[in-house]
Design a protein around this ligand. Structure first.
Ligand SMILES: O=C(O)CCc1c2[nH]c(c1CC(=O)O)Cc1[nH]c(c(CC(=O)O)c1CCC(=O)O)Cc1[nH]c(c(CC(=O)O)c1CCC(=O)O)Cc1[nH]c(c(CCC(=O)O)c1CC(=O)O)C2
Length: 348
């Protein structure tokens, strides 16, 4: 009988002898074998839509490190692309998006959007077929507000224009968020039906929002996505990630029916324990810059996180994704400290 993945046991509320571990951006540029593979793709979008390459990228960290979970190699900006907005990635710069399509065109594009992302479903199927049964497979999407900020700004930004838009055009923003709630829910249902055993919602830009605005453009869309996924008959557990939400993480944890709240680097020990006491699991929150820096401070911080949150349902992760120039030895060292298992050398 295959062992239930540690990640899923924690998401069902169990406290384990040691937390499962995985890292955001564990695949990708920090691995030399990814850089070699990536060099063979036409561009990043083509890479994401190539199930063979994306499955290989997803599995690369799983061969090197004793991670307890894999996350599908995709990106949060595939939804705007599937809705008809131009999306491309400037080498060394990051994403760029074309003009925001008219809301009517976005609404009309919802029905066809999930089929346009079918290749991500094939990536999930390929990974599931190869991954050991005791290791979980995570699907994900960007949350509506975070994705909307890219659609409105046309790139990664300080999001001031997007936050002004929320005040100056509340109805238009609500219309855009409605489109994203529907398209994202359908995308996550497809991922679950393709093998994803947990679903993560990345609200990567949940900072600097007033409490009433946070309720309207973060909490409510997340709750609606979970409700829509459940209404489709999918009971796959959710991890919600309101990054940089600060004190409003408590609002989020109390209102959104996710099974785990992912915490960012600034989360206090007390915040995590409060959420665990309220019956949710937590995930996080090692500083990705400390993982990059290494040294004795890295080991002591890992021990501190295990100590402060290990007596409740806890998934060990970072506060944000692995930085591209993070030494693989640092990743191996942390994962060994959490699991007691050594990494494997891999020929690039
Ligand atoms: O600057 C910005 O705001 C846009 C950032 C950006 C995005 N995709 C991007 C870039 C450029 C870059 O990373 O250099 C472009 C992007 N997305 C990804 C990669 C691979 C890598 O990090 O080296 C890359 C770089 C690709 C390359 O240059 O070869 C893949 C990706 N994006 C994402 C994920 C999910 C995860 O984080 O684990 C994953 C899968 C990682 C895995 O399978 O291990 C999610 C994602 N994409 C994105 C965001 C927005 C926020 C953020 O990145 O901080 C987020 C959510 C987040 O990380 O909080 C948008």
């Amino acid at each position: 009988m295959s062992e239930t993945p540690r990640l899923l046991r924690v998401l069902s509320g169990e406290t384990l002898d040691r937390p499962p571990v995985w890292f955001m951006r564990q695949a990708g540029r920090s691995l030399p074998e990814y850089r070699e593979l990536r060099s063979r793709a036409k561009d990043f979008i083509a890479f994401c839509f190539d199930p063979e390459m994306a499955a290989e990228a997803t599995l690369q960290p799983m061969r090197r490190f004793p991670m307890d979970a894999a996350i599908v190699f995709a990106d949060i900006l595939l939804i705007p692309l599937a809705l008809g907005q131009d999306v491309w990635f400037e080498a060394g710069e990051g994403p760029r998006l074309g003009a925001l399509p008219a809301i009517g065109d976005l609404q009309d594009a919802i029905d066809g959007s999930t089929a346009k992302l079918a290749n991500i479903g094939e990536t999930l199927e390929r990974v599931r077929a190869e991954l050991e049964p005791e290791r979980a497979l995570i699907g994900f999407a960007g949350a509506p507000w975070t994705v909307a900020t890219y659609m409105l700004e046309g790139r990664g930004s300080q999001r001031e224009a997007a936050r002004r838009y929320a005040y100056e055009h509340p109805e238009e923003l609500d219309g855009l968020l409605d489109v994203l709630v529907e398209a994202t829910a359908r995308y996550l249902v497809m991922q679950a039906r393709s093998g994803a055993q947990a679903l993560k919602l990345f609200e990567s830009w949940a900072d600097n929002l007033a409490e009433d605005v946070f309720e309207r453009i973060v909490i409510r869309p997340h709750a609606r996505i979970v409700e829509k996924v459940r209404a489709a008959g999918v009971d796959t557990p959710f991890i919600g990630f309101p990054r940089s939400a600060g004190a409003l993480v408590d609002n989020y944890a109390g209102a959104v029916p996710v099974q785990a709240v992912a915490l960012d680097t600034q989360a206090s020990a007390a915040l995590g324990r409060r959420i665990q006491a309220d019956g949710k699991a937590i995930q996080g929150a090692l500083d990705n810059l400390l993982l990059l820096a290494g040294g004795p401070a890295l080991d002591s911080r890992v021990d501190q996180l295990l100590e402060q949150w290990g007596s409740g349902p806890y998934i060990f992760n970072l506060g944000h994704g692995v930085m591209p120039d993070t030494p693989v030895q640092h990743i191996a060292r942390v994962v060994e400290r959490v699991t007691g298992k050594k990494a494997k050398a891999v020929a690039a």
